[in-house]
Each structure stands twice: as structure tokens, then as C-alpha cells.
Design a protein around this ligand. Structure first.
Ligand code: PSU
Ligand code: MN
Length: 304
């Protein structure tokens, strides 16, 4: 049911460190050609750090773990590619669709394939105004049920970050800061909210993840490792907030709903900031990929 690319199959067989990558960021998160450049740059960052990248997506109704250059280019350029979360997988397979997998779907597929570490930008979460829209990303319940370590810059800044942290707490999902005591705010280094647990090294993260799996066994949830965006590309929080307010108004005016909300808001932010948000987003994605690779490498060292 899953097609493994040859380098990924080999890495799994040899027990090499592997980092999974999602593809909704390619199909819906960033415009072409930034999306394709980003896909290559994330894979290169993982390889340089000594791990094997496995970008996950659906092509012609096939779930693929590991995409080659031509397959990445196809996803990056296919404007009709679907956004596939957990609930969308079966229909996409039967209908021979192409699609980018969200954090939720990528976690699920990575776990099935035997990959424990996954890097993304910002996870989905509880949307602002959720009490009337009930818009809560499927990424959150997936974190509650699927044991994958997700390396991210927190949740996307367009969300209700305090509510997102509350949801994660309710579900028992560990949230670690990486070299920070603050929950990052995706484009900005801090949301002003604390993380429950600070870590400072890949070794410490690997030790907590191993203990989490050992202790919870078949009931283990996912875990979040929150990495602030690099200082040279991080955007000031008050400026981001002002832009988000404008983007949210545009979304309400255009009556955007459901799975279209997040791509709409990210695109609005890109336009309003004249591309600065794209620069920050791609830089933090590459940085997260590198940190994820360090943790994956550390997980192969048995003595921690
Ligand atoms: N991180 C990014 N850009 C993105 C996403 C994450 O830097 O586009 C995607 C992820 O695939 C995530 C999705 O799962 O946005 C969340 O969408 P929603 O809010 O509809 O669940
Ligand atoms: Mn949603």
C-alpha cells in the first residue's frame, strides 16, 4: 500500500537515520518555484547532516515515501494537486489523484513506513474564532494518536496559539522547546507563551523521545519539538500580528472555509509582506530539517 523509493528502502533495511518531509507545503504552502527550491533545499539539509530524506506524497493514486527529482517537480507544478489530510487518503487512491500530504497524513504514512522523525514548518492548530467555526486542524488529533516526533517552528502564527497549546496539553502530547523556553510563533522566535519543557541538545531530545516510546508503548502519542526560526530571518511579532489581522479580514470577506483557510492566509501573508514571509518560511523549514536530522542521527546512537 506504500511505495518506498529505493534510497529510503535501503536506509530502512540498514537502520540509517531517516527524516520524513510533508508535501502540502509544496502543493499548497508556497508558490512555484519557491516550493520546488524549498523541497530540494530541505532534502539537501538532511543529507548534509547525515540522514536520508523521505518526502511523502501521493502521485497518481500511489502513496510514495521518497520522491525523486521528477516526482517532486510534478507535485510542485501540479496546480490541481489535492491537499490530503488523514480523511482524504482513500478517495485520492481510488481516484488516482496527485496530492500533497498534510502534517496529519504525513505522520500517519511515516509511522506506517517505520519512520519516526518528521520535519515541517508550522503545524496546523486551533484557528482564531474556533468557537464559531469549529476549525481545528486534523494535525492536532493526529499528534494525539500517532507516535512520530514532529520538528516544527510551533504552530502557524495565523492560529490561536494559546488554544493550540491547551489542545496539545489535553491530548497529552509532549511539547519541547529546542534551545528555547518559549513556544515559537512560526515567523517569530517567541509567541510570548512558555513551552512546558526546554531541551538544549539533539541528544536530550532523543533521550526523551526514546523514553516516551518505551514508557507509553503501543499507546504512545506523537511529540512536538519546537525550534525558533533563525534570528536573521525571524520577523517581529507585532508586525506579523498586524499583517495577520489584515489577512484574516480578507479571508472573512472572501468567505474562505475548510481546508482552503490555511493556504489562503499563507498566500495573503506572502503578498502583504512582499515575499518576506516566504523567505522566513523557507529558511525555518530548512533549519527544522537540519535539526530533525541531528535528532534522527542521535536516535541511532544506542547509549543515550
Ligand atoms: N507548514 C508550513 N506551510 C504549510 C504547512 C505547514 O510552513 O503549508 C501545511 C501543513 O501541511 C499542515 C497544513 O498540515 O499546512 C495545515 O492545514 P490545516 O490548517 O488546514 O489543517
Ligand atoms: Mn482547518
Amino acid at each position: 500500500m506504500i511505495t518506498l523509493a529505493a534510497p529510503v528502502a535501503q536506509a530502512l533495511a540498514q537502520g540509517l537515520p531517516i527524516v520524513a518531509l510533508e508535501s502540502t507545503v509544496i502543493t499548497h504552502g508556497l508558490p512555484y518555484p519557491h516550493n520546488l527550491e524549498l523541497a530540494h533545499a530541505m532534502e539537501a539539509a538532511i543529507t548534509a547532516a547525515g540522514a536520508v530524506p523521505a518526502t511523502i506524497g501521493v502521485l497518481d493514486g500511489q502513496v510514495r515515501v521518497g520522491l525523486d527529482q521528477a516526482q517532486l517537480a510534478r507535485l510542485a507544478q501540479n496546480r490541481t494537486a489535492r491537499k490530503l489530510s488523514r480523511r482524504d487518503i482513500a478517495a485520492a487512491l481510488v481516484q488516482h489523484a496527485d496530492g500533497g500530504t498534510t502534517v496529519a497524513a504525513t505522520m500517519l504514512i511515516a509511522h506506517r513506513a517505520g519512520i519516526a522523525v518528521f520535519a515541517t514548518g508550522g503545524i496546523g492548530g486551533v484557528h482564531r474564532g474556533y468557537s464559531t467555526t469549529l476549525d481545528i486542524s486534523a494535525d492536532l488529533p493526529e499528534l494525539a494518536r500517532t507516535p512520530v516526533l514532529v520538528v516544527c517552528a510551533g504552530a502557524k502564527a495565523i492560529l490561536d496559539l494559546p488554544a493550540t497549546l491547551e489542545y496539545l496539553e489535553t491530548c497529552g502530547v509532549p511539547v519541547l522547546g529546542y534551545q528555547t523556553s518559549d513556544f515559537p510563533a512560526f515567523y517569530s522566535q517567541s509567541s510570548g507563551l512558555p513551552v512546558p519543557t526546554r531541551t538544549d541538545t539533539a541528544q536530550a531530545v532523543a533521550a526523551i523521545w526514546r523514553r516516551h516510546l518505551a514508557w507509553h508503548g503501543s499507546q504512545a502519542s506523537g511529540m512536538l519539538l519546537c525550534v525558533p526560526p533563525p534570528a536573521d530571518v525571524a520577523l517581529p511579532r507585532d508586525r506579523v500580528e498586524a499583517e495577520i489581522a489584515v489577512a484574516l479580514q480578507a479571508a472573512a470577506h472572501a468567505n474562505v472555509r475548510g481546508q482552503a483557510v490555511t493556504p489562503f492566509l499563507l498566500a495573503a501573508m506572502a503578498t502583504q509582506t512582499h515575499g518576506e514571509s516566504i523567505r522566513t518560511n523557507t529558511a525555518l523549514l530548512c533549519h527544522n530539517a537540519q535539526v530533525a536530522a541531528h535528532v534522527a542521527v542521535r536516535l541511532r546512537v544506542s547509549e543515550d
